[in-house]
Design a protein. Structure first.
Length: 276
């Protein structure tokens, strides 16, 4: 089975690792940002278990990306990892060209089926203490990055395809220190409705998934590694525990299925019932 890791630069795309064999396209193909760890990695692996191949991006940690493509290959699917900073809007045109080349050489196609805008980071700054630099960085990744990467790639998505954006439970409830981050995710939810409206002519369904507190390395791994935080989250979650990556990745993979083709423009929260 084919797997490789590529590193894309704005002057071209340099190959780092490549398998010896290239196969023709048979499986559906997903493009996922931030697929080297956390929810993104779990989603890549969940899709592989459904025989869906992936092109996923990573900003840094090339070693993690290589580990993911090897795990995908072990599941019998194909994965390609590409370096991308989703906050660097000017690099999207070059990324598109590299993606087109990869799709042609590795799958003998010019299109893919699913786009999952997962990449992102958090912030713990209070409303009063949020600087313009912090705000702009969040905006570039979560709002401008999602908007303009999707704009750049949408014509490559096959008719009847899917787009899934990632939001947060923090758009429904408020917690101290999450004002700027939640503001960005609120924008993503509105953006999702407009994407669903304007891409419906090609039967592309667009939805937004809003996880709650998940035990990954997000936010420095505080939910995963701090027992006091985990117990506090569990106390106001209906299911009585913190979320795990395995609670989200398979759900996203399921949402991409043909049986959900009539679901579009929707916010789907997966928080285990936080603050009900």
């Amino acid at each position: 089975m084919v797997y490789l890791v590529l590193q894309c630069k704005y002057t071209g795309c340099s190959k780092l690792l490549q398998s010896k064999k290239v196969t023709t396209m048979s499986n559906k193909i997903a493009v996922i940002t931030g697929g080297n760890r956390g929810l993104g990695k779990n989603t890549v692996l969940s899709l592989a278990r459904k025989n869906i191949d992936c092109v996923f991006t990573y900003r840094s940690h090339k070693d993690e990306a290589q580990q993911v493509v090897e795990e995908v290959a072990a599941l019998g699917a194909k994965a390609v990892a590409m370096q991308l900073d989703v906050s660097d809007i000017l690099g999207f045109a070059e990324f598109k060209q590299s993606l087109e080349s990869i799709l042609k050489t590795q799958w003998q196609t010019s299109r893919f089926d699913y786009l999952i805008n997962n990449a992102g980071h958090g912030s713990d700054s209070t409303f009063a203490d949020t600087s313009e630099a912090i705000f702009d960085n969040l905006m570039n990744v979560h709002v401008k990055g999602v908007f303009f990467l999707t704009q750049t790639l949408h014509e490559m998505i096959s008719g009847g395809g899917r787009i899934i954006n990632l939001s947060s439970g923090l758009t429904r409830f408020a917690l101290q220190g999450k004002a700027a981050y939640a503001t960005m995710k609120g924008a993503v939810e509105v953006m999702t409705k407009y994407m669903a409206k304007e891409l419906a002519g090609r039967n592309i369904a667009v939805n937004v998934v809003a996880p709650g507190a998940i035990a990954t390395d997000f936010g420095g791994g505080v939910v995963r590694d701090n027992e006091d935080v985990a117990q506090l989250v569990s106390s106001f979650t209906a299911m009585g525990r913190v979320g795990q990556a395995d609670d989200i990745g398979p759900m996203i993979a399921q949402l991409l299925g043909d049986e959900n083709r009539w679901v579009t423009g929707q916010r789907i929260e997966a928080s285990g019932g936080m603050f009900l």
